[in-house]
Design a protein around this ligand. Structure first.
Ligand code: PEP
Ligand code: CO
Length: 449
């Protein structure tokens, strides 16, 4: 990998999982327009996220990252955005209370449109068409025109991300995230469930503490931290033409930032150390993540660390393990030891979703809460045994009452999946299951301390 980096040096390396755009001229024109538009996020914001993630590497904070597997153009409403924020805020309250450390909140939102696929083509009834690659590339309908990659979709994804971010910024600084609202975040359909009631009790306790603090003169008018919340955006940096078009040179530092989101990650399928995705992300200064699955070797992890974070800057690199409940035990300890021996500063995060997907006899792709909890529990136990800090968790979730993952206190069964299976890609935790998981994480972490 050459030393000199530019926003298009990645073009000299193999780029996997890129769409076959039918009209490169149109792609070029779209990217020129994207490059002329305002950035979605600012360099200073990504630096503040980096500082928070640096605290995570020191065991002083915990990372909570979550949202849709894939955002969609169809599900683009204020309520859907608000409800995704609500559930993450609820989970953060549960975790902050349980762990006694600040929780860094990062949504898979405002840019999470493109998807890597296991096969470039999909065949149904003898017909083969290009696979669906996320709505910023093509459409999920199984017709030739729908599956044709269309670069103007990248522009639509940009505008939807801008609008989503605008609402998130309003919610997080305009009073909606005020801790006084802890009860309001509990949605009606969740409030009646066992996890919702458990959350309600926690919210009562918190409200009582806030009243006590108010008596002492500490309130949200004079203490902004009670009123506002830092919430960051993230997505998989998959379509490199899009990411490069949104990369800007910061006038303060002269460094390059990918201004399509605060944190970008490289997926399990595109993390080749000599590939285009690693080349591109090594040159931008945002915090970056890499997904690592059961096939990764410790040497690969060390190479990725030296490419993406040669100066070992704390907070720059998050490794997101997605091994599966039956593989994490073999995979994670060796990787932790190798990185510890090199003194690497890493945010260790656990994605208990992507290694635990399976198909049901009635034709659904699902995940079971039992496997998700098992991978999480093992993640905490392994870190305890190795003397490293289990820095965070990464979930696919939604604020809606969907039936996509099985299990949880509300007992979603395989035969319920057809009721409300709405995801455009992978199965997500619903709002109640998300609270279930947050309570478990907080208990498991407390136990390992
Ligand atoms: C994802 O996060 O949606 C994804 C595709 O993950 P992975 O790269 O870990 O398979
Ligand atoms: Co996914």
């Amino acid at each position: 990998m050459s030393e000199s980096w530019s926003t298009d040096s990645w073009k000299k390396y193999p780029a996997l999982q890129q769409p076959e755009w039918p009209d490169p001229v149109e792609l070029g024109r779209t990217c020129e327009r994207l490059a002329s538009y305002p950035p979605l996020v600012f360099a200073g914001e990504t630096r503040s996220l980096m500082d928070k993630l640096a605290q995570v590497t020191r065991g002083e904070a915990f990372l909570l990252q979550g949202g849709d597997c894939a955002e969609s153009f169809g599900e683009f409403t204020a309520n859907a955005i608000r409800d995704k924020l609500k559930v993450l805020l609820q989970m953060a309250v549960i975790l902050t209370h349980g762990i006694g450390k600040p929780v860094v909140k990062v949504g898979r939102i405002a840019g999470q449109f493109a998807k890597p696929r296991s096969s470039p083509m999909e065949t149904k009834g003898g017909v083969s068409l290009p696979s669906f690659r996320g709505e910023s590339v093509n459409d999920a309908d199984f017709t030739e025109s729908a599956r044709q990659p269309d670069p103007t979709r990248l522009e639509r994804a940009y505008f939807q991300s801008a609008s989503t971010l605008n609402l998130l910024r309003a919610f997080t600084s305009g009073g909606y995230a005020d801790l006084k609202q802890v009860h309001i975040w509990n949605q009606d359909f969740v409030a009646k469930s066992p996890q919702g009631q458990r959350y309600g009790k926690l919210a009562d306790q918190l409200s009582e503490n806030l009243r006590f603090m108010e008596v002492l003169g500490i309130n949200s008018s004079n203490t902004p931290i009670l009123r506002e919340v830092d919430y960051y955006t993230s997505h998989e940096a998959l379509i490199l033409e899009y990411e490069a078009a949104l990369t800007r040179q910061d006038s303060l530092t002269g460094h390059y930032y990918d201004c399509s989101g605060h944190m970008l990650w490289i997926g399990e399928r595109t993390r080749q150390p000599d590939g285009a995705h690693v080349e591109f992300l090594r040159g931008v200064k945002n915090p970056v993540g890499v997904k690592i699955g059961p096939d990764v070797r410790s040497e690969d992890v060390l190479t990725l660390c030296s490419r993406l974070n040669p100066q070992n800057i704390p907070g720059r690199l998050t490794l997101i393990g997605r091994f599966g409940h039956n593989k994490i035990g073999q995979c994670l300890p060796g990787i932790l030891r190798a990185c510890k021996a090199e003194g690497l500063a890493i945010v260790w995060s656990c994605d208990p979703m992507h290694g635990n997907t399976f198909g049901t006899p009635n034709g659904y792709k699902t995940r079971s809460i039992e496997h998700i909890l098992s991978e999480l529990q093992q993640f905490f136990a392994i870190h305890k045994a190795e003397g490293t800090w289990p820095g965070g968790v990464h979930f696919e979730l939604t604020g809606d009452d969907v039936t996509e993952c099985v299990g949880g206190s509300q007992e979603v069964l395989v035969e319920h999946l057809e009721h409300r299976y709405h995801t455009t890609c992978d199965p997500r935790l619903n709002a109640a299951q998300s609270l279930d998981v947050a309570f478990l994480v907080s208990e498991a972490l407390r136990k390992t301390e």
